[in-house]
Structure formats: C-alpha cells, structure tokens
Design a protein around this ligand. Structure first.
Ligand code: HEC
Ligand code: HEC
Length: 375
C-alpha cells in the first residue's frame, strides 16, 4: 500500500512538473554573449559615408543589453514573443508572413517592415505615427497583439527577476536597477546600431564598382523611365529628395515640400486607410519604405499583398488604381488618370536585378545583431 502511495504521489509530481513545463517557462535560458563585447560603433560606408565619424550615442554595453532585450521572450506577457520573432535577421529583420503572429496567435494588422538604418528616421510605422526610434521601441512591447505587456511595472519586475540582467544593466548604466527608461534607452541603442551599407549599390556609388549590365540597365530605368527615384531616392531609397509639390498634401490645398509618404494607388477604396486616420486628405497614404535588402524582405507593401518583386513591378507598370489621393507623380498631368509605365518584360527584369544590388549580405550575417538565446 505504502509503495503504491509513493508511486501515485510520484506520478502526481511528474504530472505537475510536466504541466508546469507546458504552461510556464520553468527553465531559464541564458543569453550566450561574447567575453569581450562586440564593437557597436556604427560601420559607416557606402551611401552613408557622409556620416563618417558621427557617433550616435551608442555604447557597447548599452547595445549589448539592447540586443538581449530585443531577443528575449520574457518581454511579452506570456513569454512567447520577442522583437526578433517578427523581425528576423536572415531576411533583413522583416517577416516572411503577410501579417505577423503575436501573443495568443493574434495576427498584426500590417506587414512587419524590415529594420535597418533607422537611426535618424523621423517617420516610423507604415502610417508614420512615430517620429523617432526613442519613442517607438516600447510600443511593440505594450501593443496588445504584438507583446501585450501594457503594465510597465510588471515588465520591470519580470526583467529584474531574470538572473542575467543585473550584470548587463550595471555594465550599461552603472547600477543593476531596472527602469522602463533604461529598457527603452538600451533597445534604442541597439536598433540605432543596426546599420548596413555594404551592398553592391553602395560599392557602386562610393567606390565606382561596376554593376552587371542588366542591373545597370535597371538602375537607369529606376532613375529614368520607371520614375521610382521620385519617391525612392537617397541613401536608403525612401526619400522624395526635396521634391517640391505645390499641391501637397493631396487635396489639402496647402503648399509644401512633399513628405516621404505617398498613395501609390493600390486600391480605389482602402481597407486600411494608413495616414487617413489623421486626415481625410491622407486616406491611402503610407510611409515610403526603404528599399534596402528588399530582395529578401517579401512579402511587400503595408499589407504584404505582393509576394514577389515582379508583382510589385506589375503594379507600377499596369496596376495603379485611380485612388482619391493618388500621388501626382503617378497621375497623368492632363487627364488626372493613373499612369502606366510602359515597361517591357525585359525592363521589369532589369529593375528587379537592380533591386537585388541593394542587399548587404554581411548585414544578415552580422553576429552583433544575432539572437543570443540558443533555444
Ligand atoms: C508580433 C510581431 C511584432 C513584434 C513582436 C514586434 N514587431 Fe516591430 N513591427 C511589427 C509590425 C506589424 C510593424 C508595422 C506596424 C505598423 O506600421 O502599424 C512593426 C514596425 C516596427 C518598426 C518600424 C519600422 C519602420 O520602418 O517604420 C520598428 C523599428 C520595430 N517594429 C521594432 C520592433 C521592436 C524593437 C520590437 C520589440 C520591442 C518589435 N518591433 C516587436 C511587428 C512586430
Ligand atoms: C509616388 C511615390 C512612389 C513611386 C514613384 C514609387 N514608389 Fe515604391 N513605394 C511607395 C510607397 C508609399 C510604398 C508603400 C505603399 C504601401 O505599402 O501602401 C512603396 C512600396 C514599394 C515597394 C515595397 C517595399 C516593401 O518593403 O514592402 C517596392 C519594392 C517599391 N515600392 C519599389 C518601387 C519601384 C521599383 C518603383 C518604380 C517603378 C517605385 N517603387 C515607385 C512610393 C513610391
């Protein structure tokens, strides 16, 4: 009888442990960090060589802490999701899914954009609702679909309870005390350090390295007949280059320099109105995304509707819709109708070949930005 009881209680104990394993993170996973911390001073070069010598207030210890936080699932309410779950390094910190999966298998409303060279971006998220990385970093942590950690005191308590953070906070900020400001600051340092400017196109622009004939043809089309440069210029191909538009914002009646936003006529009626939540005249207007590493960051657009770059080219070539706020660049001056670009199949392939030269392979392999948790 006694033996039976012992056996029974052992079974019960086993059941409780395995149940705990399913529901809670019982095993602490430590980050695997290099003995001497990586050098997080920005690696300027290529089309960002004008930044040479500029420091962004990043310390090696600060960015190291930021890296651990970026990949740590304890930052989500149920320990299942980290920033890295939706922003994966192997594809330029984008997500291969149309919409990303957050806590409780909930889908996000939009496609996760890639992350690179955001250090001075003043238009973040697809609708530009955040104006600097410093303000943005804790938003996904709080977001009820992404990480669901609305209570910052609980976040601080969870981080304080993880044994590996005391040392990391001390190295970064001189004391083990955890605050939400310090969490945000470290993560900002890490995200700002995520710079990659060693693509073929960077070497072409900065060092005069030649592109393949097809890519060169594509570049000429990008800056010519394709008119892409009107919106995708500058070192990250997300700039209107100071283009002056007397009718900007569309239908707004104001005079102004065009901001780095546009309605590219994806739909006549937008389900997701983008910047339209702020102003009727901006329905269908979205942030112009960077095209760095774009060959890897599929699917494309704010809702991930296009699976390939060829689909994107087809849109610009023959698929632009006459949406209410369609950008002037994509409208015929005399009729106001949506333009067609008249690109041949060969010309479309050339532009795609050019877009492939914007990939910085080392960025995807850079250990400084990699996941320190081996799970
Ligand atoms: C569940 C998926 C998910 C998680 C987790 C997540 N993100 Fe995102 N991220 C997105 C989506 C989706 C967007 C676009 C949202 C929008 O525009 O409305 C986005 C946008 C961004 C942007 C803006 C990029 C740009 O070019 O405008 C940055 C930066 C960013 N996330 C960083 C982070 C950080 C840092 C974390 C962790 C604290 C994080 N993300 C966690 C899905 C996620
Ligand atoms: C009038 C401005 C404008 C012009 C001209 C323009 N784009 Fe865009 N581009 C945008 C905007 C805005 C988006 C995001 C739209 C959205 O998601 O609603 C975008 C998105 C893209 C994307 C998807 C990127 C991603 O991460 O999802 C690619 C690729 C692209 N454009 C390439 C091009 C090419 C190639 C051309 C020339 C044939 C071009 N664009 C012309 C404004 C423009």
């Amino acid at each position: 009888m006694k033996q039976l009881l012992t056996l029974l209680s052992l079974c019960l104990l086993f059941a409780v442990i395995s149940c705990q394993k399913d529901n809670f993170q019982t095993k602490i996973v430590y980050p695997d960090l290099p003995e001497v911390s990586y050098d997080y001073s920005p690696k300027w070069g290529g089309m960002h060589n004008h930044m040479e010598g500029q420091d962004l207030g990043i310390t090696d210890a600060g960015a190291t802490l930021g890296r651990v936080l970026f990949y740590d699932r304890i930052l989500s309410i149920d320990n299942t999701v980290s920033c890295g779950s939706c922003h994966s390094q192997s594809i330029g910190f984008a997500d291969e899914a149309k919409l990303s999966t957050g806590i409780d298998h909930q889908l996000t409303d939009r496609n996760a954009p890639p992350i690179s060279n955001l250090y001075d971006d003043d238009l973040l998220f697809w609708d530009g609702r955040s104006t600097s990385i410093d303000d943005l970093v804790l938003e996904p942590v709080r977001n009820h679909k992404e990480m669901g950690m609305e209570n910052m005191e609980f976040l601080v308590a969870k981080i304080e309870a993880a044994p590996y953070y005391g040392d990391l906070f001390t190295k970064a900020f001189g004391s083990p005390e955890v605050t939400s400001d310090k969490i945000a600051n470290a993560m900002t340092q890490f995200v700002k350090s995520m710079i990659g400017c060693d693509s073929e196109m960077d070497r072409h622009q900065a060092l005069g390295q030649t592109l393949s004939p097809l890519a060169q043809q594509g570049m000429d089309l990008f800056f010519g007949k394709g008119a892409c440069y009107n919106c995708h210029s500058g070192p990250d191909f997300n700039d209107r280059g100071g283009f002056f538009d007397p009718f900007f914002p569309p239908n707004g009646g104001g005079f102004g320099w065009a901001q780095d936003i546009a309605d590219i006529g994806l739909d006549v009626e937008y389900e997701d109105v983008g910047m339209g939540v702020f102003d009727e005249a901006l329905v269908g207007v979205f942030k112009i995304p960077s095209l760095r590493n774009v060959a890897l960051t599929a699917p494309y657009m704010h809702d991930g509707r296009f699976a390939t770059l060829e689909d994107v080219l087809d849109h610009y070539n023959t698929g632009i819709q006459k949406s209410p706020n369609l950008d002037d660049v994509l409208k015929s001056w005399d009729t106001g109708d949506a333009i067609t670009l008249g690109l041949t199949d060969n010309e479309k392939s050339a532009i795609v070949a050019f877009l492939h030269t914007l990939t910085d392979d080392n960025y995807m392999l850079d250990e400084r930005f990699s996941d320190p948790f081996s799970r």
